[in-house]
Design a protein around this ligand. Structure first.
Ligand code: AMP
Length: 291
């Protein structure tokens, strides 16, 4: 496995691979790998000649009071895990080379970014789209792999790729979970012991919300209220949002006869956790998406 740190070297390598008709699968990450990241890499390895994963904690997507400096980092272990999983190239750019000056352009996102995490993290998705646009140009992937745990991110990247005609297929894959159902996250290490026990409530409350829809509840507001109540009563975390929207447009819904997402974000002492469930008009859970 090769480690590339230079932007020009990465781009040159990708262009050479393309000339050789090798397909490139790409898994962009911020590192601190867990089973969620590795499942994306494994799928990418099945579908592409060459798999590139990037590790870059992108300063642009963190707000001033967020955890950029405390975001967990473990490059040595990540490189080993990527190698063991069959990745061909780990791309580890540094922030100075990615952003030598303040970017001239900033991406304004017209829809899909002013709800859910976008509402409480202003500028977050603009930062994510900027880094992904750069990474797509540097890595030139045929397919890019994302986790549906970050379903809003997937919806916004979908818009980026459609709007700017990136020649890349997007693959959204299932959320990897701990055995009790908690969505795996690099931030879970920052949970206190009691918070870790409570955190599973996010997943449980979402499941209850979906069940209530499948069992016939037609009013989205009632489902949201039930989920909020369950989380409030059973955790010490502070709810950032519970929302039920259509997916991937992420607009408010008055009826559930369409593909929808029920999503939550809860702020614990040192970790902000998100989770969601997407289901289609027949009530079936949507675990993966190809665009
Ligand atoms: P991150 O390193 O948090 O930026 O995540 C990199 C990629 O891994 C993103 O596409 C995430 O959606 C995905 N990911 C993070 N956690 C999970 C998980 N529990 N299951 C599946 N994918 C995940």
């Amino acid at each position: 496995m090769e480690i590339i740190r230079s932007l020009t070297e990465m781009q040159r390598k990708s262009l050479t691979l393309k000339k050789q008709n090798q397909s490139i699968g790409f898994v962009p990450t911020m590192g601190s790998f867990h089973e969620g990241h590795l499942s994306l890499m494994r799928q990418a390895c099945k579908e592409n000649d060459i798999v590139v994963t990037s590790i870059f904690v992108n300063p642009l997507q963190f707000g001033p009071n967020e955890d950029y400096t405390h975001y967990p980092r473990d490059e040595k272990q990540d490189v080993q895990l990527a190698a063991d999983t069959g990745v061909d190239i780990v791309f580890i750019p540094n922030a100075q080379e990615m952003y030598p000056t303040k970017p001239l352009l900033s991406i304004a996102i017209a829809e899909r970014a002013d709800v859910l995490c976008g509402r409480s993290r202003p500028g977050h998705f603009a930062g994510v789209m900027t880094v992904l646009a750069k990474l797509f140009h540097l890595v030139q992937p045929d397919r890019a792999y994302f986790g549906l745990k970050d379903a809003q991110q997937f919806a916004v990247v979908d818009g980026l790729v459609q709007d700017l005609n990136f020649p890349v297929q997007l693959v959204g894959l299932p959320t990897a979970r701990e055995s009790d159902g908690l969505a795996k996250s690099s931030r879970n290490v920052n949970l206190e012991e009691n918070e870790r026990k409570e955190a599973v409530l996010l997943h449980n409350a979402l499941q209850t919300g979906r069940k209530s829809a499948v069992d016939g509840e037609k009013n989205p507001a009632i489902i949201v209220k039930e989920v909020k109540k369950q989380i409030k009563q059973n955790t010490t975390g502070v709810i950032d949002y519970v929302e039920l929207l259509n997916y991937p447009a992420l607009q408010p819904v008055s009826s559930l006869h369409q593909q929808v997402i029920l999503a939550v974000a809860v702020q614990f002492e040192k970790a902000r956790l998100i989770d969601n469930v997407i289901w289609n008009r027949d009530g079936r859970i949507v675990r993966s998406i190809r665009r």
